[in-house]
Design a protein around this ligand. Structure first.
Ligand code: SF4
Length: 214
């Protein structure tokens, strides 16, 4: 029997953990601190799930109860597998996922590097299939972004500006775009909020998680 979770519940949402890969190594990331566990779910994937496995997991969970939304999140960056996310969202919209309504809300929690990772504007492909994006920006300062997010070397120079561009493009294609920032002591949260509002999107700060009970 498989130990790890592809789908897991938090509050009234169904979360999907489809990859453990991420081009960042944020110093606040709980995946190492919590040893790949999230509130009792083991998120350390031995294999990345394919479309069939993801679809079956979602159908199974929705067979037992209804959720407010499906969220691509987990301990990795979902846009590393944008092709699979897109295929799954299209299946939902075409009513092809058993027990799930075709208009079910779909959100992606992302670090905003999806266009750089995929080398094209993937926000255009989100139109009509993705309802919400939560983009973890965390700072309004490009230098501090490198310090906090600790991106792969090749993303250091363009990373922050690419996320800003991603936000601008996303708001034209996705109904709800929310910039988020973890409440880190060295971060000027008001400056991140101002930047988000200036970009024409919503803002939400998130608590810095230390313990699993937080
Ligand atoms: S972007 Fe997300 S998954 Fe990646 S290191 Fe940062 S917090 Fe962790």
């Amino acid at each position: 029997m498989r130990r790890y979770s592809v789908a897991y519940e938090y509050k009234n949402s169904l979360y999907l953990n489809i990859t453990n890969r991420c081009p960042n190594l944020c110093y606040f990331c709980i995946k190492t601190k919590w040893n790949m566990d999230y509130r009792g779910f083991d998120l350390k994937l031995e294999n990345e799930p394919d479309l069939k496995e993801i679809s079956e997991e979602v159908s199974r969970f929705y067979g037992n109860k209804k959720y407010d939304e499906i969220v691509f999140c987990g301990y990795g960056e979902p846009t590393m597998r944008w092709g699979i996310v897109k295929e799954f969202a299209n299946l939902v919209r075409n009513g092809k996922i058993k027990n799930v309504n075709s208009n079910e809300r779909i959100r992606i929690n992302t670090n905003g590097l999806g266009n750089l990772i995929n080398k094209r504007d993937i926000t255009l492909e989100m139109k009509g299939i993705i309802d919400s994006l939560n983009i973890s920006l965390n700072t309004a300062d490009p230098k501090q972004w490198i310090f906090i997010m600790r991106p792969f070397k090749e993303y250091e120079e363009k990373g922050f500006y690419s996320v800003i561009d991603f936000i601008k493009k996303a708001k034209n294609n996705v109904e709800e775009v929310v910039v988020t920032a973890v409440e880190l002591k060295e971060v000027d949260i008001e400056a991140v909020k101002k930047l988000a509002l200036d970009l024409g999107v919503k803002f939400r700060s998130r608590p810095f998680l230390e313990n699993e009970n937080d």
